[in-house]
Design a binder for this molecule. Structure first.
Ligand code: NCD
Length: 336
């Protein structure tokens, strides 16, 4: 695809070459993300970071990624603090905000809302999560992480063995990740969820059409015995009618160090898009995994900055200028 000036709304937009391009640019961003070098390539540019639904790392990492490229960030958080709560249409909001920004990232609780917003925007829009539908930048950073972690262990994404665990019905990160994986070959996917929270049928079909081996189950322990990646997810409480309904499923698939040791191959990588629900009744990834070197969740979150810097550089067409605007950092860099 031609990234320049493009919206990023769905992973369906990408082919394998596009993924390679994004990952090559992401690799190039490492010295900047690690504060070894500073670049001002986006000096003067403004990111409109519009988050109409709860977010910590997606919002902040998009903002940091833009700042690290030298641009400025303006943001709004929470539906109730925006004019949408006064009845303003997505069309009007898009027309207005796109006059203030060079690129916009947006999260919104309704499926399709970011695409609707983008169609009225005068600048490129990146989908930061639209309801249960998609979360393309998360899927890219997940795949980038998978690639880094499994390549370090002598494997590739073709032939990957992955278990996705938890709320597969409402979890947009796993929806986007499944679609993105269909660009690869011979993937073995085990989908572990309560029957009521299974992966949407259309996505399972899409994977089967690609000759993936897809297993649907509600048994955690046997599902994580022969996988490269155990990708855990949170019960998406905000998508349920009530907390009581979400409580029915919370805490059903807990992974801790002893379950890991008993069942997993020694190098199985643990991922989670975060936030992990660490309340006692959920505790889907126990804190006793924190010292496990295969717990990749924080490396995964760090990778989000690299991938988002890559997306901005490609969309705003500055990839070849990043290093020209570079200098060393002035401040004391505490160990990372
Ligand atoms: C996810 C999301 O918002 O879809 N979080 C994230 O962006 N890293 C997953 C979640 O909230 O459970």
């Amino acid at each position: 695809m031609d990234f320049r000036g493009s919206h990023i709304l769905s992973v369906d937009q990408f082919d394998r070459d596009d993924i390679e391009r994004i990952f090559t640019v992401a690799d190039k961003m490492e010295p900047y993300a690690q504060r070894k070098k500073v670049t001002r390539v986006l000096d003067g540019a403004i990111l409109g970071n519009m988050f109409f639904e709860a977010s910590t790392r997606t919002r902040v990492s998009f903002g940091c990624a833009f700042n690290l490229l030298g641009g400025a960030v303006r943001e709004t958080t929470g539906f109730e603090h925006s004019a949408l709560a006064k009845g303003e249409s997505l069309y009007d909001t898009a027309r207005v905000l796109s006059g203030y920004s060079d690129v916009i990232c947006m999260r919104h609780p309704q499926s399709g809302s970011v695409a609707e917003f983008a169609s009225a925007s005068r600048v490129p829009v990146i989908n930061g999560g639209d309801g249960i539908n998609e979360h393309p930048s998360q899927a890219l950073l997940d795949l980038y992480t998978i690639r880094k972690e499994v390549v370090a262990k002598g494997r590739g994404i073709d032939g990957l063995r992955i278990a996705m665990i938890g709320d597969l019905k409402y979890g947009r990160t796993v929806h986007s990740l499944c679609k993105l994986l269909t660009l690869f070959k011979g993937v073995h996917v085990t989908l572990v969820s309560p029957a009521e929270l299974e992966m949407p049928y259309g996505l399972v079909e899409q994977m089967r059409e690609r000759d993936f081996s897809v297993t649907v189950t509600d048994k955690l322990e046997e599902s994580i015995r022969h996988v490269d990646i155990a990708y855990s997810t949170r019960i998406q409480e905000e998508r349920f009618g009530s907390k009581a309904e979400a409580d029915l499923y919370r805490g059903k698939f807990r992974l801790n160090q002893s379950i890991y040791t008993e069942n997993c191959e020694p190098n199985t990588v643990i991922m989670h898009p975060l936030p992990r629900d660490s309340r006692a009744d959920a505790n889907e990834l126990d804190s006793d995994l924190n010292e496990n070197p295969n717990l990749a969740i924080f490396r995964q979150a760090d990778n989000g900055v690299l991938v988002r810097m890559a997306l901005f550089s490609l969309i705003l067409d500055v990839v070849d200028q990043v290093d020209k605007h570079a200098r060393d950092v002035n401040w004391y860099r505490h160990g990372r």
